[in-house]
Design a binder for this molecule. Structure first.
Ligand code: 5AD
Length: 349
């Protein structure tokens, strides 16, 4: 216990630890020390961000995807997926509804759908930007060329979420077909940063073949990248994928990693993800109490929401946006925090 306490203290004070010490913090079994770790993470988050939980309205624009990632339910090879895409007007109407509910950040997320050319996207982004100049536009639409990222930035997008999935090249190869490369993933993230986007990286906890050493590599990679957001959630199997029989990621390791990330990256935006809420009914609250400070409620039309199925039993598919905003405010308040729709990233970068 005292050893663990000393490690937590050191991490809290200096913001870093050796690989070995990080591995200990991710695996020790001692309920008291565990409570201390979550307390310190929560104190750090309150020191940096107070009790705010930032809300980002998520709009799932397409479940067409040209990629074939082994873990993902909307992979191209899943011929049973019912495909949809939202058109410009449907996307704008999601924004309108979200804006009325108070959301000031819209996250356009989708598979890598060739329909969404730069031309179509820049038109949509400009339309959102001019209709809602006080809102931030975030994209989460996968790997594109630097020129494309630049064009989307010029149209008004300012944030981009692209999980690196794993910083280890061999592990990357175990999760993706050969057509996808770890090097290109990194290239995308560094291009996005250079262009001036606020960038989100991240991993699935308990992804097949993931080891603790991989997670340490992920941490070291992110210390180099310095992302503004780190999205982590447990891997959850999907029956129409090659990983159908793989075990789901562990709730407690995910929470543990959230707390460690809060202490390593005090100002980072850390979502309590839908996947976390899916593997445990209290998952998101547990995440918030361990350092997470962002929630991304779903603003997608009710009828397409169930089709955006990256993994099974996705939480929140039954709720209407308005209903879920009120429920969310209550849920967040009950956990001891306060929802905040301001776009502000208060981090001193
Ligand atoms: N389980 C959990 N997360 C998943 N993602 C994709 N498939 C799954 C799954 N089966 C995550 C990936 C991707 C993000 C949009 O969703 O990390 O980057």
């Amino acid at each position: 216990m005292t050893d663990i306490t000393a490690l937590i203290d050191w991490l809290d004070r200096t913001g870093d630890l050796s690989d070995e010490a990080l591995k200990i913090l991710l695996t020790f079994e001692d309920p008291e020390a565990e409570a201390l770790l979550y307390m310190r993470a929560d104190a750090k988050r309150r020191a940096c961000y107070g009790d705010a939980v930032y809300l980002r309205g998520l709009i799932e624009i397409s479940n067409y995807c040209k990629n074939n990632c082994y873990y993902c339910g909307i992979r191209a090879g899943n011929s049973h997926a019912q495909r949809y895409r939202l058109d410009r007007d449907q996307i704008l109407s999601c924004c309108r509804e979200g804006y009325a509910l108070g959301y000031r950040t819209f996250v356009l997320q989708g598979g890598e759908d060739p329909y969404f050319t730069d031309e179509r996207l820049t038109e949509i982004i400009s339309a959102i930007h001019s209709a809602y100049p006080d809102c931030a536009i975030t994209l989460s639409i996968g790997e594109r060329s630097r020129e494309s990222y630049q064009a989307l930035y010029d149209a008004g997008a300012r944030r981009y979420l692209l999980r690196h999935e794993t910083a280890n090249a061999a592990h990357y190869g175990q999760l993706h077909p050969a057509a996808m490369s770890h090097a290109n993933r990194r290239r995308c993230l560094y291009d996005l940063k250079e262009i001036g986007y606020q960038v989100g990286a991240g991993i699935m906890v308990g992804a097949p073949y993931q080891t603790l050493d991989h997670i340490i590599e992920d941490i070291r990679f992110m210390q180099d990248l310095e992302p503004d957001m780190i999205g982590i959630g447990p891997f959850i199997h999907h029956h129409e994928t090659p990983f159908a029989d793989q075990p789901d990621g562990d709730l407690y390791l995910t929470i543990r990693l959230l707390a460690v990330l809060r202490l390593l990256f005090p100002y980072v935006l850390l979502p309590a993800t839908t996947a976390l809420g899916t593997i445990h009914p209290q998952g998101r609250e547990m995440g918030l109490k361990a350092g997470a400070n962002v929630i991304m409620p779903n603003l997608s039309p009710a009828d397409t929401r169930r089709l955006y199925e990256l993994y099974e039993n996705k939480a929140g598919i039954g709720e209407a946006a308005a209903q879920s905003k009120a429920a969310l405010d209550r849920q967040v308040a009950a956990a001891g925090y306060r929802t905040e729709v301001a776009i502000g990233n208060v981090a001193p970068h």
